[in-house]
Design a protein around this ligand. Structure first.
Ligand code: ATP
Ligand code: MG
Length: 428
């Protein structure tokens, strides 16, 4: 049988003595939430990516909790909490910069007026509560449907996820085609997990991507932004990009780049994209900050560069041409992914800063150094230099120059640290 179906008789319980998840690797905040829920008489489990990652010996990005307590009951137990979400109501509990997301077990009620579908079968709103087994089969992939029960520290597997972790297989719970129709973003999630975990997507889920990829065109641009960031900030952006191209999904995210790629792209620009993604991954994996503005600047650069060159052959007038091309390209892009203005502006500033790196005389370099996007624009220029799109000698000059002027640079006022933004959970 290809499709995993969950039923209580298939429940596999792995006692604490037989799995590798230790409480030491679970965040204090998550443990607090789990224990308080449990002490108040509720069922409380760690679920989703955290259980999957801990079993794979990967440090989880975040800790999600599932419980039989309703959002209101959770809210009443934690002062530092708030209910969020419309499509699916969740509770966010804040501990300093840490946010623990608590979801009430979801059920499935075909007749329920609470499950709203659109004409493609996409679930718009769903607030039916259920028990843990029902909750398990509503999740996307079997490896994401494992529960760590705080009551006895066992791992509960309702959908065969443990075997799939062993086999490095990404298997959809239920019929892949139906599950993609309910929520097409699951196709992007498949790509993300396949890349991040180095798993194979099961063949039926791959063919369903070919068949239903087009449904991604109807996803609201705000949700596409969240997913885009998760894809490219996953620490596996190089592989994500390869898979998006392989499954022909790039056109729903960055259509202009997809078209450029079809059209005999220059080797140097291809190397540029590749190198920008390599840098992105190494920044993420070494805990350095990364702006979505930089990702969009890099992915759209071949298109912006090409259009600016068509507008203007005189290099001295390149800033204006880049500004114009950048505006046109960005206008089209935000129809697919709603990029918050600060990020789209950053991308445009990075582009128009590039010709300024050719100027090393007079006051120009110090002026560029004072640009708010200098650091990102400089990194961008260095990547261009690495692949032969910018003179090496000049890039070395800038490296020396900004090092010499680092004192002034480092005294720049740093913005106050804000709590880590926890993206909304995108489950249906
Ligand atoms: P990450 O490491 O990126 O946090 P994750 O698997 O935890 O991966 P989240 O987006 O945090 O992913 O979602 C938490 C869990 O919620 C998932 O593991 C999955 O069980 C469930 N889930 C999230 N999005 C969906 C979806 N679109 N459809 C079904 N289940 C989903
Ligand atoms: Mg998660």
């Amino acid at each position: 049988m290809n499709n995993a179906e969950a039923s209580p008789d298939k429940l596999i319980v792995i006692p604490r003595s037989q799995h590798s998840i230790s409480r030491k690797s679970i965040s204090d905040s998550a443990l607090k939430v789990l224990y308080r829920l449990s002490k108040s008489g509720h069922r409380a489990c760690l679920v989703g990516g955290a259980v999957r990652d801990l079993l794979l010996d990967i440090h989880p990005k975040d800790f999600d909790v599932a419980t039989d307590a309703t959002p209101e009951e959770v809210r009443a137990l934690f002062k530092n909490s708030r209910i969020i979400g419309r499509r699916f109501r969740l509770v966010h509990i804040r501990f300093g910069r840490d946010i623990i997301e608590v979801a009430t077990f979801r059920g499935h009620d075909e007749d329920s007026a609470k499950t709203e579908l659109d004409t493609h079968g996409r679930i718009l709103r769903d607030n039916t509560f259920g028990d843990i087994e029902e909750d398990a089969i509503r999740r996307d992939f079997t490896v994401n449907a494992l529960y760590y029960d705080i009551h006895d520290y066992s791992v509960l597997d309702y959908a065969g996820g443990l075997q799939d972790i062993e086999d490095k297989c990404l298997r959809m719970i239920g019929d892949a085609a139906t599950r993609y129709q309910e929520d097409p973003v699951r196709m992007l999630r498949a790509v993300r997990f396949a890349a991040k975990l180095d798993f194979e997507i099961e063949p039926v889920a791959v063919s369903a991507i070919h068949e239903y990829g087009h449904l991604l065109a109807a996803i609201p641009p705000a949700r596409m932004f969240d997913e885009m960031i998760k894809l490219f900030h996953s620490g596996s952006a190089v592989r994500v990009f390869e898979l998006l191209r392989h499954y022909d999904l790039l056109k729903y995210l960055v259509p202009a780049l997809d078209e450029w790629l079809q059209d005999e792209p220059s080797e140097m620009m291809l190397d540029f994209i590749d190198q920008a993604l390599v840098n992105t991954d190494s920044r993420v994996n070494s805990g350095q900050s990364l702006s979505p503005g930089f990702i969009f600047a890099a992915l759209l650069w071949p298109v912006v560069h090409q259009q600016a060159n068509r507008l203007q052959s005189d290099r001295r007038k390149m800033i204006g041409a880049l500004a114009q091309a950048g505006e046109t390209v960005m206008k089209r892009q935000v129809r697919h992914i709603s990029i918050p203005r600060r990020f789209s502006q950053m991308a445009r500033d990075i582009w128009t800063a590039q010709p300024r790196f050719h100027r090393t005389q007079g006051k120009q370099p110090l002026r560029l150094l004072a640009f708010p996007v200098f650091r990102a624009a400089y990194d961008f220029m260095c990547i261009q230099a690495m692949v032969g799109l910018f003179p090496h000698k000049l890039s070395h000059w800038w490296t020396d120059f900004q090092l010499k002027n680092q004192v002034e640079h480092s005294t720049e006022r740093k913005p106050a640290q804000r709590p880590r933004r926890r993206p909304r959970r995108n489950a249906n």
